[in-house]
Structure formats: C-alpha cells, structure tokens
Write a protein of this length. Structure first.
Length: 475
C-alpha cells in the first residue's frame, strides 16, 4: 500500500502544485495594468468556452463582464487581448508593422506553409504585393465573363434539374471549380475531382485541435494538405515547362501564369514550393469564406420576399439589356448597387471571417491598459457589426444602411482594414454578384427550414446546408 502511495502521491500533487502556481500568478498584484478578463484554466485557457459559446456570444459576454474596449483571455495556448468596437479596429489596423505584426497559429502554418521560419516574412511581403496587383479592379475585369460562363454552366447542371437543392454544398462546388479555373487554368474534371477530397480534409482541419495523431481531424488535414500540395507541384512544374516554350503574348491570364513571372528583390523567380504556398493560401482563403458569403446571401433572398423582389427587379433590368448569350461585364456589375447593399448587409450579419490575429512586437497602451510585448491580439467583427451604437436594431436585415456614405469608418469590417485588408475583397464582390444574378434571374427561392441554425466551423454554416425549393421563372 505504501509503495502504491509513493507513486500516486506525485501524480496528484504535481498537477495541484502547477495549478496553484498558475492561480497565484493570475491573482497576484501586477505592476502592469493589463486588460481585465481571465485566462481560464491552465493549459486549456478559454478554448472550451470559445467553442461552446461560439465567437459572437463569447465576445459579447466578456465585453459585458469586463470591458467594451479590450479584454484579455487565453486561446490557442496564447495570452491574448481581444480588441472591440470601431476604435479597437482602427487602432490595430493603423498600427500594422509599427506596434503589431501578422501572426498565425503554428498549427495553421504547418498545414499551409512548407517553408523555414526565416523565409516566411520575405515570402509573405512578396505575396501581399503580388496579390494587391492581381486583385485590383482593372485586373479583375477580364475575369467577369469567365465567372458568368461558369456560373451559367453550374446552374444548368446542378440547380435546374432539381426541385430542391442544398445551397452550401453547391456554393462550395462552384467556388472550388472557379478558383481552379481562374487561379490555375485547370478545367479538367478529373484533375479537379482528384484534389477535391484531400482539399476538403485540409479545410476541415485548419481550425481543429492541432493533435497530429492517426485518426484525428488534424492528422487527416496534414495528409490532405500533402496530397493537394503534390498535385499543385505537378501542375506548376507542367506550366513552367509549357511557358518556357511560349512567347510572352501567349501567356494565360490565370494567376499561376502571372506568378511564374514574378521575381523577388534579387531578380530571382519564385521557386515551385513558394508558388505552391501562395496558390494553396489563395485556394483556402477564397473557398470557405466566399462559399459561406454566397450561402448567407441566398438564405436572406429566400427568407425575405421584399428584398428578393428588389434584387430581382435590378437583375432583370440588366438581363433584358443583353443579348441571349451575352456574358456579364464590368459595366453590368457596377449597376448592381442594391444587390451589393444586400450582400453587404448579409456580410454584416454573418461575416465569413471572425477577425484576425496579430502579435505585439513592442509594449503599448490602449484604452488605459498595457498590452505586453509578445502577447497576441485579435480584432473581432462582432464587436462592431452587432453593436447598436453603430447599427440600430443590429439583428434586423436592412440594406439601406449602406446607402449614401454608408456605415461609419471601422464599423463594417468583413474584409479587415489597414495595410492587411483582404486583397481578395473585390474578387469576392464580383463572385457574389455574378452568382446572385444567375440564381435570381432563373428562380424564386423557398427556404425549407425557416429556423435553420447557423453553426460555426471554419465559417458560419447552415446546420443542414440550407435546403431551398426552386421555383423557375416562367418564360
């Protein structure tokens, strides 16, 4: 008995000792005026509460309890300060590269970036400059007819033959195929299909618990990411060999072709691995978020007849101004003002991205509280999007909020802001509006589960995929 106690006693006392140390550290007086809040349980932090409540409720509860400007917590194993409201957004956006630097959880880096840590900043800076160039409106104009043609084919094959469709699954299919077309100029169904399953595994694991053990979601994501990367490397290698035999004026308009011509500060072309990292990041960023945004828009169009009717009126005027097989143009997109206000109100209520992380590179003060060097920060869309101070009756769907000058600065931030504002903002706008046009000009929509819940995975997702009944317009 004594022998057993000799072994068991340390197992009980050591965790208790560690917890007491942690508790003392949390409760002991501190010279630094840290933001109010709690870091939760040792090791676990507040991860369980965050997952249980969902990001919106988690933030709302702590704003109410601790501070409406900034509070502290512990997520992903990091000491973290959550910045709230328009002033919090503005502060973080405007101090990028001054007080703060971009930061991502190590688990996410392992899934998406196969590079040495020392190379990450240079590649990230180069990637950001490149993305801003290729996603400028003037560069994107040429993609609108491609988006429209693919949307027409998608609707004809996946929607028209069915009386009922699940919008989220089909939105993901369209977004996935469009990305491969525009980013890689890959239209071969076999190639696209071969990457679909491993790509889904990768997406599912990005925000999973980072336990790389056989059978876990994260382990499957690691395997899926490896398979996707191997396929990308084959495509990149083939394209590079093709381009070596082509003249410059015959280069394709897709992003891969452009990326193969990009050079760094030393005049060196990007390696195939660097290009693979860039392309994979683009595929991931454009897939789940845009699919979620499209699904949310369709949800409100099916749920709110008065909104649908106004969108239908606007889109039919555009459709009637064109020949039967004539594709959409930039000028048509610019006429979709009410439709874009509807999309923006949808993005306000159900933003695909919850916010973004930063790392404090030097200690600073915000709202009277000190944020130490090395802490992570997070800005959150919900603290401004659902704030009645900025948006009266915040749960009401009201596209008129975006008429005229629209919301006050830093209150509507689905794409972030400052130097790191999402470079794909305009790409997402075009994709959403093109899809809206092709759906509403063909169908009236009936939502089959009026009270369907929204659950949070990587993005807000309808619990059952948003099934809707299609009522084709009579010719």
């Amino acid at each position: 008995m004594e022998t057993i106690l000799t072994y068991l006693l340390p197992l009980v006392l050591i965790p208790l000792f560690l917890y007491l140390i942690s508790f003392i550290r949390r409760t002991a007086p501190c010279k630094t005026n840290l933001p109010p809040g709690t870091r939760g349980w040792p090791m676990l932090g507040e991860n369980i509460e965050f997952a249980r409540l969902g990001p919106q409720k988690f933030v709302e509860d702590r704003m109410e309890k601790y501070s409406r400007e900034v509070f502290q917590t512990s997520l992903l194993g990091q000491k973290m300060s959550i910045f709230c409201g328009a002033q919090g957004n503005k502060f973080l956006f405007m101090n990028e590269n001054k007080l703060l630097a971009s930061w991502s959880p190590q688990s996410m880096k392992k899934l998406l970036v196969y590079l040495e840590e020392s190379n990450l900043k240079g590649v990230s800076d180069l990637k950001r400059r490149f993305h801003h160039d290729v996603f400028k409106p003037e560069a994107l104009k040429q993609y609108i007819p491609v988006m429209d043609a693919l949307a027409r084919d998608h609707i004809y094959q996946e929607w028209t033959p069915n009386e009922v469709v699940k919008v989220f699954q089909l939105a993901k299919k369209y977004t996935y195929e469009l990305s491969f077309k525009l980013f890689l100029n890959v239209v071969d169904p076999e190639k696209i299909k071969r990457m679909a399953d491993p790509f889904t595994l990768l997406i599912d694991g990005i925000f999973s618990v980072p336990i790389d053990f056989p059978g876990t979601t994260y382990n499957r994501a690691m395997k899926g990411g490896k398979m996707v990367r191997e396929e990308l490397m084959k495509i990149i290698g083939e394209r590079r060999r093709e381009m070596m035999m082509m003249e410059n004026d015959k280069m394709g308009p897709d992003l891969l072709s452009k990326m193969l011509l990009v050079t760094d500060e030393d005049g060196q072309f990007l390696s195939e691995m660097e290009i693979s990292n860039n392309i994979l990041g683009l595929l991931v960023a454009s897939f789940e978020t845009t699919s979620s945004a499209i699904t949310s828009v369709i949800n409100y169009l099916a749920q709110l007849p008065h909104v649908y009717n106004e969108v239908l009126k606007e889109q039919m005027e555009i459709a009637k101004s064109k020949q039967c097989d004539e594709l959409l143009t930039w000028e048509d997109i610019e006429k979709m003002k009410y439709s874009w206000n509807v999309a923006r109100e949808s993005l306000r209520l159900n933003p695909p991205a919850e916010g973004a992380f930063r790392e404090t590179i030097t200690e600073f003060t915000f709202a009277g509280f000190t944020i130490p060097k090395g802490w992570k920060t997070f800005w959150t869309v919900y603290s401004s999007h659902k704030n009645p101070k900025y948006f009266p009756e915040p749960e009401k769907f009201d596209p008129s909020r975006f008429m005229g000058s629209g919301p006050a600065p830093y209150t509507f931030v689905p794409f972030g802001g400052g130097p790191r504002m999402c470079p794909g903002k305009e790409y997402a706008r075009l994709e959403i509006l093109v899809f809206m046009h092709n759906v509403v000009t063909r169908f009236k929509l009936e939502k089959l589960i009026p009270s369907e819940k929204i659950v949070f995975h990587a993005c807000p997702t309808p619990e059952y995929g948003l099934p809707v009944r299609l009522h084709p317009h009579q010719n």
